[in-house]
Design a protein around this ligand. Structure first.
Ligand code: PMP
Length: 411
């Protein structure tokens, strides 16, 4: 018996469900533990700049909500979300051009991560096939993996998911009788690649979804953080909900600590997802729902987003300029028009997993290894850099250090 501190570890191992055995520790979270030391410049993680949080305004609103409406704000709320916030969300979505959206199409969630988990729970049986972008958001992959999804990957380029390859793969799989459950995409300023799905490919993706009858998960945390270039209509707007389940979050447009997001979908899917949410957490926090709602109703959102876009653009420009200056010419990177990430590609002989250790230990600079963003970890020549958390000085210095390290590996 394997005993530690009086606990029977073997017994515990044996009691875990077979589903839990497919859960893997996120490479990112494990690596982040290494980079907590204050002398490291970290481009890992994906956090908003905390200096921008509208602390004073939120403090005033929170006080008013707790003191004057505490009876509701501190109480359990409906699973679907508190009504004022759902009404505000409907209005925001209508303003975005989704004309047919009503309260029955909205489910407030404990941010997008819960939405991903609920979707996996409601749609994925063990072994079911889900199509994902390569690379894709690691938390999305983890949520689907926990319900034993089988992943089929489709590559991205500067215009987002390659719809020609997507269609070929679907034909091949459906030809073999495979029931493809979902296509999961992050169309704006993709995490990790920073690229945006072009209008033409958005339309093509929807055509494919309708032709082959496969719903699309449109995960869009970064759409409002566009600091340059033309805005494209969302898949939800183009399809007027239709085959799309849209995921939105307050994490990047207000505060991730609120743990608030929402799903927009047809009423049938929303009812089922609400049942799954009941079992998960009964309801999202009423308090942050009332505070977020008042923040929007009192008209603070636009000014706040303008400030966020301005600061992030400056940080992104600083990072790209530093890369031009310090990175070897053999290394390339994406040029995002919004969001929080730059995706760097190294020559194939540089293994970015191995380089990470040297970067942290010798150069005191951190990134996220590219392999974390592929369900089967096949890629070793990318790194994801976040530009929102560090100061302008740290960005320049960190890219300089990373540039020196990359230069030393060039053959
Ligand atoms: N989807 C994507 C693409 C993300 O990048 C993130 C967070 N980084 C999430 C979902 C989850 O965010 P949250 O749960 O804070 O809304």
């Amino acid at each position: 018996m394997n005993k530690k501190g009086g606990q029977n570890l073997k017994m515990w191992e044996e009691k875990f469900s077979s589903r839990s055995k497919t859960m893997k520790a996120s490479a990112i979270r494990e690596l982040l533990k290494l980079v907590e030391s204050p002398d490291i410049i970290s481009f890992a993680g994906g956090m908003p700049d905390p200096n921008l949080f509208p602390k004073e305004i939120l403090g005033e609103i929170a006080k008013e909500v707790f003191v004057n409406h505490g009876g509701k704000a501190l109480q359990y709320g409906p699973t679907e979300g508190v009504k004022p916030l759902r009404e505000t969300i409907v209005k925001m979505m209508q303003e975005e051009g989704i004309k047919n959206v009503g309260l029955e199409n909205v489910l407030v969630t404990t941010a997008s991560q819960q939405a991903l988990d609920l979707i996996a729970k409601v749609f994925v049986d063990p072994g079911d096939t889900v199509i994902v972008e390569a690379p894709s958001y690691v938390g999305g992959l983890q949520a689907l993996q926990a319900f034993q999804a089988n992943f089929v990957t489709v590559p991205l380029d500067e215009e987002g998911i390659k719809t020609d390859i997507l269609e070929e793969k679907i034909k091949e799989l459906q030809g073999k009788g495979v029931n493809i459950k979902l296509i999961y995409v992050i169309p704006n300023f993709q995490n990790p690649a920073g690229v945006t799905l072009s209008l033409e490919r958005r339309k093509e993706l929807l055509r494919i979804s309708h032709t082959y009858e496969i719903p699309i998960i449109e995960d869009d945390p970064y759409g409002e953080i566009r600091f340059e270039g033309e805005k494209f209509p969302s898949l939800l707007e183009l399809d007027q909900i239709g085959n799309v389940i849209g995921l939105r979050t307050f994490s990047k447009i207000l505060a991730p600590g609120f743990r608030l997001g929402w799903i927009i979908a047809n009423a049938t899917a929303i009812s089922k997802l609400a049942l799954a949410k009941q079992a998960a957490d009964l309801c999202s926090p009423s308090s942050t729902q009332y505070i977020a709602d008042k923040f929007i109703r009192d008209g603070y959102m636009n000014d706040y987003l303008d400030k966020v876009r301005k600061v992030y653009k400056e940080k992104k420009d600083t990072m790209l300029n530093a890369m031009e200056k310090y990175f070897p010419k053999e290394v390339t990177w994406t040029k995002p028009h919004g969001g929080m990430f730059v995706w760097v590609e190294t020559p194939e002989y540089i293994d970015t997993d191995a380089l990470f250790i040297e970067a942290v230990k010798e150069k005191k600079v951190a990134y996220v290894i590219g392999s974390a963003f592929y369900p089967y970890g096949e890629d070793k020549r990318h790194m994801r850099l976040n530009f929102t958390l560090s100061t302008l000085e740290q960005i320049d210095e960190g890219i300089k250090r990373l540039g020196e390290l990359l230069q030393s590996k060039i053959r």
